[in-house]
Design a protein around this ligand. Structure first.
Ligand code: C2O
Ligand code: CU
Ligand code: CU
Length: 511
């Protein structure tokens, strides 16, 4: 069912900053409570039931400073019954409480016990099964460069449902080096969280309980192989607009969608300068015609509206358009350059932004070939795997603490996957295409072209990257500064939940 919602009738909400509970000599302490709430996501849509951190979607922004640790107590006050259809046929989930949560801060370097391991979930405490506590306090050391991170739920087997219900928010890490650049800041620095959702006519969230045309033999509910909503939201509003002054703005964008990728474009294109990626600032600003934007990626851009006074500029998704010219998901939001200039724009866009030492100089201790594989389960449903292993199989990737490794993701499926590794930021080495038909016939990798260097805007620090179909994509990373068990996975949440996620262990020989 299509629910026709008029575009650009609601102003873009600005997320509020969370106030700390206290500051002590070991850092800044926050509390955040997951709870159900209702919110009007569009002028003409009845209020929608959601789950959110502190009852907000997106959750409030946590702002942190480099080297100043942050401690967050994450409390679960969610109901016992899930808002969305839970498939209990995967991972033996029928043994577990339907509502369970654990928070992961995506992009942070932290110890395993603060990383939000999928099996470290807990409930609201009022459960006969599962842990009898309803809160956990995680520590984020922040010994890393300034960047936009994001927190979201990561509970085993239901991450797609918890995040879709609204459990996602932003975390901005700042440092001195970035402040000295004098980029647009304050009200001219605007975080944008982009998601896609679908709605029922009563305003409630729509998430199918089974794939389209499911056979009667399928479990009900049954996990979907992918989910694309028909409506785009930015900061929790459907197709919003933002009134801006004729000056430079910095937009900190996050793709928090379950499955959907975007190709961002300005219409008319008044110039889009990308200055940062997942792990912070690039070396130099890169002028972009369009930007590919995959789930969980962050991009940091500057748009200069100074020559656009009085005009409306659309942020569009030309992937939507390619598929179908009438597809509404080709629209994201609108900028209206209708405000007067409050004061002279003193902000800068320096040519040199930061230094990024290449990891290629390091000794490479291991090269791992890791296959992205399609198979099917006993119900004939697609089952995507990493290296043909299930989540519960024994750990196979065990880098040594401090070692530099190359991970070569070999995508033998027909579509691209955004692969994410916890704990570290990596650098992309290259993508090399191979003959997938031949591989499917005889299992041999025959390259069909030379390795391609990453695009200019992909040469900074990354924690999530697109691995295209029929390609080997190589990344290089140093596995530090913490040892223990982490995870890596596809960030299409429908894939991550079933079963495109694997544990890995950073081994410390000293212990
Ligand atoms: Cu954004 Cu393991 O997740
Ligand atoms: Cu992560
Ligand atoms: Cu995937």
């Amino acid at each position: 069912m299509r629910y026709q919602l008029e575009k650009y009738v609601d102003p873009l909400p600005r997320m509020k900053r969370l106030q700390p509970m206290k500051k002590t000599k070991d850092g800044v302490h926050y509390e955040m409570t997951m709870k159900p709430f209702k919110s009007k996501l569009h002028r003409d849509l009845p209020a929608t039931s959601l789950w959110g951190y502190n009852g907000q979607f997106p959750g409030p922004i946590i702002e942190a400073n480099r080297d100043e640790p942050v401690h967050v107590t994450w409390l679960n006050q969610l109901p016992n019954k899930h808002l969305l259809p839970v498939d209990v046929s995967i991972h033996g989930l029928n043994q577990l409480p339907a509502v369970r949560t654990v928070v992961h801060l995506h992009g942070i370097e932290t110890k395993p016990d603060s990383d939000g391991h999928p099996e470290a979930w807990y409930t609201n405490g009022f459960r006969e099964i599962g842990p009898n506590f309803s809160r956990k306090t995680f520590t984020y050391p922040n010994h890393q460069r300034s960047s936009l991170l994001w927190y979201h739920d990561h509970a085993m087997g239901i991450t797609r449902l918890n995040v879709y219900a609204g459990l996602a928010g932003m975390y901005i890490l700042r440092d001195k080096q970035e402040k000295e650049l004098n980029l647009p800041s304050g009200e001219y620095e605007v975080p944008l969280m982009i998601t896609d959702k679908s709605f029922q006519e009563d305003g409630s969230l729509f998430y199918p309980s089974q794939p389209d045309g499911a056979a009667a033999s399928l479990p009900n509910p049954s996990i979907l192989p992918a989910f694309n909503g028909d409506t785009i939201l930015v900061n929790g509003k459907v197709w919003p607009y933002l009134e801006v002054e004729p000056r430079k703005y910095r937009f900190r964008m996050l793709n928090a969608s379950n499955t959907r990728s975007y190709r961002l474009q300005l219409d008319p294109n008044i110039g889009l300068q990308q200055i940062g990626s997942d792990g912070g600032l690039l070396r130099n600003a890169v002028g972009m015609e369009e930007i590919h934007f995959h789930p969980a990626e962050r991009i940091d851009v500057i748009i200069d509206f100074s020559q656009a006074g009085g005009r409306s500029i659309l942020l569009k998704n030309n992937l939507g358009q390619d598929a179908d010219p009438k597809d509404d998901t080709s629209h994201i939001m609108q900028f209206r350059v209708t405000k007067g200039l409050k004061n002279k724009d003193q902000s800068l866009l320096p040519a040199d932004l930061s230094t990024i030492p290449s990891l290629k100089q390091n000794n490479i201790s291991t090269i791992r070939y890791l296959k992205l594989v399609g198979s099917s389960d006993q119900f004939g449903r697609p089952l995507l795997l990493l290296n043909n292993k299930h989540w519960h199989d024994p750990v196979t990737e065990k880098p040594k603490l401090g070692a530099t490794e190359v991970w070569a993701f070999t995508n033998t499926t027909n579509f691209s996957h955004p692969i994410h590794i916890h704990l570290i930021q990596f650098q992309i080495l290259d993508h090399q295409p191979f003959d997938l038909e031949r591989y499917n016939a005889d299992g041999h990798i025959t390259f069909t072209g030379p390795p391609k260097a990453p695009a200019a805007n992909q040469r900074g620090w990354k924690d999530t990257l697109e691995v295209p179909a029929a390609n080997i994509t190589r990344v290089i990373a140093k596995f530090a500064p913490y040892s223990g068990e982490f995870v890596w996975h596809c960030h299409i949440l429908e894939h991550e939940d079933y079963d495109m996620m694997r544990p890995y262990i950073v081994e410390d020989d000293e212990q």
